[in-house]
Design a protein around this ligand. Structure first.
Ligand SMILES: [Zn+2]
Length: 269
C-alpha cells in the first residue's frame, strides 16, 4: 500500500477523473440514492462506465490501490467503494454509505483478491489452501459511536481503522520482512486491521513481495559495492533506473521496495 494523490495530474497534465457526462449522471444517481435511502437500487452502469474505469486505472497507476498488484488490462478488477455502499459488515443496523455510492472520492481501483472474499488458493510450492479473506463490506472503526449513520453525519470524525491510500501515509503503519511478509508496526491497530481486512497476507502476494525484496537487495548491494570502490560514474542513471524499476509510484509493490530502501539494516545491507 502506498499513498496516491487523488489530485495528481496525468502524464499529459490533465486532472485524472471521469468525463463530465459521468459526473452529471452520477449527480442525478446520488440525488436519487439520497432520496430513496436504503431502498435505492444502485445504478451499476455508472460503475461499469468506461470513462470512470479508465480514470481509476490511470489514477492508481494500473495497480490495485491496496495490494499494489499490477492490473494491466481493463478487466479482472472492480471499482471498490472505500466506504461500502449497501451494507456495513460491522454494523447490521447500518444501511451502507449509500450517500457516497456515486462520489468520485469514494471509488478505488481494487483487484478481486482485495475487494471480494476469496480463498487463498494453493500455489505449486505451497499446496495448502489458506483461509478466505478480502474486504467486501468491511469498514472497521476504532470507536463505533463515531460511525456516520446518515448523510448528515460527518465522515471526518470516524475513527477509521482501514488505511486510506488517498489520505494516509501507509508506510507509517506497515513493515515487511525478508520473506515478503507484511506486518503492522508494533501496536499499530490501523496497520493490523488493514492487513486483516484486505487479506494482505495471502501467499501469492507474499511471494511477489519476497521476489521484490530479493531484487531490491541485490540492486542496493551493487550500489554499495560501487560506492566502496569509489566508482561514481553513471550513478545518476542507475538511481533513475532503480526509481523506475522499484521505487516509483507506478512500480508494482513499491511499498515494500521503499521499505527495504529506508531500512537496509533489516535486510542485511
Ligand atoms: Zn489488491
Amino acid at each position: 500500500v502506498i499513498f496516491v494523490d487523488r489530485n495528481r495530474l496525468s502524464a499529459s497534465g490533465r486532472s485524472i477523473q471521469p468525463d463530465d457526462a459521468w459526473f452529471e449522471r452520477a449527480e442525478l444517481a446520488q440525488e436519487a440514492a439520497n432520496r430513496e435511502g436504503r431502498g435505492h437500487k444502485f445504478r451499476e452502469a455508472l460503475f461499469r462506465d468506461s470513462s470512470a474505469r479508465a480514470a481509476l486505472h490511470n489514477l492508481f497507476h494500473r495497480k490495485c490501490a491496496y495490494c499494489e498488484v499490477s492490473i494491466p488490462s481493463r478487466s479482472g478488477w472492480s471499482i471498490d467503494h472505500f466506504r461500502p455502499k449497501g451494507r456495513v459488515a460491522e454494523r447490521k443496523d447500518h444501511s451502507g454509505y449509500y450517500w457516497l455510492a456515486y462520489r468520485w472520492f469514494n471509488l478505488y481501483l481494487a483487484c478481486d483478491d482485495c475487494n471480494k472474499h476469496l480463498y487463498d488458493t494453493p500455489t505449486f510450492e505451497d499446496p495448502m489452501s489458506g483461509p478466505a479473506g478480502g474486504k467486501l463490506d468491511q469498514f472497521p472503526l476504532a470507536d463505533e459511536t463515531t460511525r456516520a449513520m446518515s448523510p448528515d453525519d460527518p465522515l471526518d470524525l470516524e475513527q477509521n481503522l482501514l488505511l486510506d491510500p488517498c489520505a494516509d501515509q501507509p508506510e507509517e503503519h506497515l513493515r515487511y520482512d525478508v520473506e515478503g511478509e507484511i506486518l503492522a508496526k508494533t501496536g499499530d491497530d490501523r496497520g493490523e486491521s488493514t492487513i486483516r481486512v484486505l487479506h494482505l497476507t495471502r501467499k501469492r502476494l507474499r511471494d511477489n513481495r519476497r521476489r521484490t525484496v530479493a531484487a531490491v537487495v541485490k540492486a542496493l548491494r551493487v550500489l554499495r559495492t560501487r560506492a566502496d570502490l569509489g566508482v561514481n560514474a553513471g550513478l545518476d542513471e542507475i538511481s533513475s533506473y532503480l526509481e523506475g524499476q522499484f521505487f516509483g509510484d507506478q512500480c508494482e509493490h513499491a511499498g515494500v521496495a521503499r521499505f527495504v530502501q529506508s531500512n537496509p539494516d533489516l535486510f542485511g545491507l
